[in-house]
Design a protein around this ligand. Structure first.
Ligand code: THU
Length: 138
C-alpha cells in the first residue's frame, strides 16, 4: 500500500471521530506487517481524561484481533468540518504505545495535511532514546 493510499484511509477514518468537546477530528490508518489495515478515530469523553486518540484506537483494535507486528501508520487531524490545514503529530502517549509493538528503526509514521502534503518519520525520530519491552528483558 502506498503512502497516498494509507493517507486516504486515515481521512476516511477521521469521519468517524467523536469530538463534542475539542471539535478536533483525527483519523489513523494502521498497516500490519502482513498487509492488514486497521482504522482508528479519536473518541472523547465528558470527563476529558478517558479520551482515546485515533492512533491508540487503531492499535487497540488491531492488538485485540491478535496483531503484534506493524509496518506504518498514517495520521490526519484538524478542526471539525474542514480539511486538515496542518500535519497532526501523535501525542506522547500514542508514541509510547507504538513503541510497545513497533521497531523504532523501521516503523513509519506518515503525517499528512488535507492538501496532499505529507512527511514520513521513523518512530525513533519522534521518540528518541525510548524505553521499551527490551528494557524489561521482553
Ligand atoms: N488527538 C488524537 O486523536 N491524536 C493525536 O495525534 C493528537 C490529538 C485527539 C485527542 C483529542 O480528542 C483531540 O485530538 C484534541 O486533543
Amino acid at each position: 500500500m502506498t503512502y497516498e493510499e494509507l493517507i486516504a484511509e486515515a481521512k476516511k477514518a477521521r469521519l468517524h471521530a467523536y469530538t463534542p468537546y475539542s471539535h478536533f477530528q483525527v483519523g489513523a490508518a494502521l498497516l500490519t506487517s502482513g498487509g492488514k489495515l486497521y482504522h482508528g478515530c479519536n473518541i472523547e469523553n465528558a470527563a476529558y481524561g478517558p479520551t482515546n486518540c485515533a492512533e491508540r484506537t487503531a492499535f487497540f483494535k488491531a492488538v485485540y484481533e491478535g496483531e503484534r507486528s506493524f509496518s506504518k501508520i498514517a495520521i490526519v487531524g484538524g478542526p471539525e468540518g474542514q480539511e486538515a490545514d496542518e500535519m497532526c503529530a501523535p501525542c506522547g502517549v500514542c508514541r509510547q504505545v507504538m513503541r510497545e509493538f513497533c521497531s523504532p528503526e523501521e516503523f513509519e509514521i506518515v503525517l499528512a495535511d488535507g492538501a496532499g502534503g505529507y512527511k514520513v518519520f521513523k518512530l525513533e525520530e519522534l521518540l528518541p532514546c525510548s524505553f521499551g519491552p527490551e528494557n524489561l528483558g521482553k
